[in-house]
Design a protein around this ligand. Sequence first.
Ligand code: AMP
Length: 175
Amino acid sequence: MPIERIQRLIVDVPDFPRPGVMFKDITPLLADPDGFAAAVQLMADAGRAFQADGILAVESRGFIFGAALAHLLRLPMHLVCKRGKLPREVLRQRYALEYGTGELEIHADAIRADANYLLVDDVIATGGTAWAVRELIEHRGARLAAGLFLLELTHLRGRSALVPSPIHALLAYSH
Ligand code: AMP
């Protein structure tokens, strides 16, 4: 399937959830079986090259793509959640949001010190979320093999927040 067809299934919603934000709505892509299958297959093809040992999927839309990629790449998947959602001992990282701060958690026994992880999310915007996940895994002595995203908002420079870690996004938007 041409990448333009996948792109047409991502809808721009202006001023959501706040004035000035152009929200990328992926729900039409999820509702199109061929489009979704093509998108996750292309993401899997790109992700395979990083030879990761596991996938870290970020709440909540990252879970959708993370699960599909874990299945296609036959990799273990671990959940990175907002504070208070995971039931056992966690590692926690605070990070900057546009207004205030957020906190992400992962089960303490999910990260192996000698392993390389693929971080998966739908969108990379400022890169703050991805940066926090990298901090979590590096704190454990592990490595971020790459960040893998459906789409990148290039004007928000998330890629530079993650230097020197590689980033791959299927689609790039400058607005
Ligand atoms: P950031 O930490 O700034 O890179 O933001 C990444 C997270 O926010 C991702 O988990 C996205 O789901 C969400 N996000 C940020 N900006 C947008 C946007 N314009 N459209 C859709 N999702 C967004």
